[in-house]
Design a protein around this ligand. Structure first.
Ligand SMILES: [Zn+2]
Length: 420
């Protein structure tokens, strides 16, 4: 008990202070920004906000603009989103997720439950394939499956090889949403155990999906010009997009992923605007990371200045925890920079640990790495329950390592310029 009280006395003020300082976090997660995705101009509004903060801080534009525009294909869910099992209205985001690539669907459909024995023998599987299921929904109850034996047949049904009206997958897996750049020809739903019972024989669906061929997205950038070597660059990147909306009312706020990193990038931009460095400092907020690192790929194919002039790049993604320190992806590629980061952390006593990790294609640093740019992707570690779900909210984020990660980044950039 005493321990608990002590913990609160010591850490609560720190956590609250961090929350207050990360002032962009709540704004970026607000309903107005619609999950910073593909519905209700969410990404557009978020990018305008970031540009206005760059401007307020006193940054310079690049190529005469705050924005780098590009278009992309994306599947969206801007309208109706109702799933009823009998008379029960299921809760979007909690009971189910529509698969990101799903087509829309409207109507009531009988359910056909696929059991394990239907997949185990050739004759049973042939009988299933011979059924006319065009007006039915096929339910795959993966909890009763021993996957190894039925993997191929499972995949066949999952991809609607049975040509049904749609596929419903019941699984123990956490419901994790994503963004798709294609739209399938059929409806597809992932549903939590217990949300559907065997007694439910009909599912009523009213789901709008809209495929957008040329969705307008934009990266946001700004610069603080270097005092001695303006053509050498230190770069901070963070993706500002998230998953957006699944229907009119279900929003994915994306606090940890990645309003946290975007806030940190903005805080660093404000700091460097007031403390210009020898090298130019560039800040880039990428769009459409969640759709497959789309904005950063576009940037590396159309860079604002030659990528060779980047002395080092730090990509910030998932910076809302920190109880267990940070990990640096690409540490094994850039040993001396990693040693420096670790040494500075020990010296400053900032974070419990700085962990080494190899290459990974898991955030926007990836395309830069592939083009030979020296960079780390930094993310924080520490317990937090939400990832790509509707509960990733700013008020739930621990934000324990936020300020100290900023200090470490500042020390790191200073040290890099000394050795320049
Ligand atoms: Zn992310």
């Amino acid at each position: 008990m005493l321990k608990g009280v002590l913990w609160i006395l010591i850490f609560l003020p720190i956590a609250l202070a961090a929350q207050n300082e990360a002032r962009d976090l709540a704004v970026l997660c607000s309903p107005d920004f619609a999950g910073r995705g593909y519905v209700d101009d969410g990404m557009k509004k978020a990018s305008s906000y970031i540009a206005s903060e760059f401007e307020k801080a006193g940054l310079d534009q690049l190529n005469g603009s705050w924005f780098q525009n590009f278009t992309m294909r994306v599947n969206t869910f801007p309208g109706a989103m109702t799933v009823k099992s009998g008379e029960r209205v299921l809760i979007p985001g909690e009971d189910y997720l529509v698969k990101a690539s799903s087509a829309g669907i409207h109507g009531s459909f009988p359910l056909v439950f696929v059991s394990l024995d239907m997949l185990q023998t050739d004759s049973a599987f042939d009988a299933l394939k011979a059924m006319n299921l065009r007006r039915s929904l096929v339910v795959l109850d993966t909890m009763s499956f021993d996957k190894e034996h039925i993997d191929k047949r499972y995949k066949f049904i999952e991809h609607n090889g049975l040509r049904s009206a749609g596929v419903v997958i019941q699984s123990k897996r956490r419901l994790i949403w994503t963004v798709a750049r294609n739209q399938a020809t059929y409806f597809s739903l992932e549903i939590k155990p217990g949300a559907l019972s065997r007694k439910d024989s009909i599912l009523s669906l009213d789901v709008d999906a809209k495929f957008v061929n040329r969705f307008k997205a934009r990266n946001v950038w700004g610069m603080v010009k270097g005092t001695e070597f303006p053509d050498s660059f230190l770069v901070v990147t963070a993706h500002y997009d998230h998953l957006g909306m699944m229907g009119e009312n279900t929003r994915f706020p994306g606090a940890n992923d990645n309003a946290s990193g975007t806030s940190m990038m903005l805080d660093l931009a404000r700091y460097y605007a007031n403390h210009p460095q020898k090298l130019s400092m560039v800040f880039i907020a990428f769009a459409a990371e969640e759709a497959g690192l789309v904005g950063s790929k576009y940037y590396t194919e159309h860079p604002a200045f030659t990528l060779d002039n980047i002395r080092f790049l730090l990509n910030l993604d998932l910076l809302g925890t920190g109880q267990e320190g940070i990990t640096a992806v690409n540490a094994t590629l850039f040993e001396s920079e990693f040693d420096l980061l670790k040494e500075l952390n020990d010296k400053g006593g900032y974070l419990p640990k700085v962990v080494r990790r190899g290459k990974a294609a898991n955030s926007d640093h990836y395309w830069f790495s592939e083009k030979g740019v020296h960079c780390f992707f930094i993310y924080q570690m520490g317990s937090y329950d939400h990832y790509h779900d509707t509960g990733d909210k700013p008020e739930l984020l621990p934000m324990v390592g936020y300020q100290n990660t900023i200090k470490l980044v500042e020390d790191f950039f200073s040290a890099l310029q000394k050795s320049n």
